[in-house]
Ligand binder design. Structure first.
Ligand code: B12
Length: 223
């Protein structure tokens, strides 16, 4: 790992905004993939979360972490300007419904993942944050989508995810839809919620959505 990447994690954990932005700038100038840099900044936010748990950081520090992350995203997107592709009028892929589930307002990871999907030609219905289960069902009825992506970072979000899966089932839509969860999730959460896949890596979602869109889901299961 390059020195810039290593230093990024520590700078983010210390909430040293000037240093974080400086390192990201340096990293971009060195030609490091922006998503690699974002991943280091994300690892730094995990440290912020741990310090918050220990009582060494407070809510204001979580807010600060979010602000720094937004500034980093802005810097990265400015650099990628011009390289941006727009979604084609007729996308070869199934549209993706995306949202942060009810009771949860964390949206940084959701926005990054949506950015990657859109950049890669997917049409994404972003339902926003704190999205009730019924709104996902409504969107699934209105949009000919086969994929729903749910983000959740707090414990309460697991029940909201589960409720969303159940409501889709009751509406007779579960069979048509593939549900992918992300955020602070793992295999146990996937099983609890009844979703099909989980990932904490925004880059994996792309391959998964492509495979599902082309109707080759057996392959997706081995990802
Ligand atoms: C920033 C932050 C906030 C910001 C959020 C701002 C925003 N606009 O999002 C603010 C200050 C608002 C906030 C509020 C709260 N927060 Co907070 N927050 C964080 C923090 C520090 C970073 C989260 C983040 O943005 N990470 C960076 C992004 C890029 O990572 P990510 O979301 O995981 O996304 C990545 C992947 O998961 C993936 N991904 C994301 N979505 C999806 C979806 C799919 C389908 C796929 C495949 C992939 C994918 O892509 C991303 C890149 O790879 C975390 C700490 C942590 N460990 O994560 C705590 C954390 C999530 N918060 C926590 C808590 C407790 C809270 C509050 C309850 C605090 C309070 N007392 O009010 C509130 C909850 C508000 C609510 N109702 O939602 C806890 C949750 C603990 C728990 N298990 O419940 C954490 C873990 C901190 C801790 N204690 O350790 N928070």
């Amino acid at each position: 790992m390059l020195k810039v990447q290593k230093m990024l994690v520590g700078a983010m954990a210390r909430l040293d905004d000037a240093m974080v932005l400086n390192l990201v700038k340096q990293g971009l100038q060195m030609g490091i993939n922006p998503y690699v840099l974002l991943e280091e900044v994300r690892a730094g936010t995990e440290r912020v979360g741990e310090l918050y748990n220990k009582g060494e950081y407070f809510l204001s520090d979580l807010i600060m972490a979010a602000e720094i992350f937004k500034d980093v995203l802005e810097m990265v997107s400015k650099v990628s300007k011009g390289k941006n592709r727009t979604t084609p009028l007729v996308s070869p892929y199934s549209p993706v419904i995306f949202g942060t589930v009810e009771n949860d307002i964390h949206d940084i990871g959701k926005n990054i993942t949506i950015g990657i999907l859109r950049y890669s030609g997917f049409s994404v219905w972003d339902l926003g944050v704190d999205v009730p289960a019924a709104a996902f069902v409504e969107a699934a009825k209105r949009c000919q989508s086969r994929i729903i992506c749910l983000t959740g970072l707090i414990t309460e979000s697991y029940d909201s995810m589960k409720k969303t899966v159940q409501l889709l089932d009751e509406a007779g839509l579960r069979g048509r839809m593939t549900l992918i969860i992300g955020g602070l999730v793992n295999e146990v959460v996937r099983q609890y919620t009844g979703a099909d896949y989980w990932s904490t890596d925004c880059r994996k979602v792309l391959e998964l959505c492509r495979t599902i869109s082309t109707g080759n889901e057996m392959k997706a299961q081995s990802l």
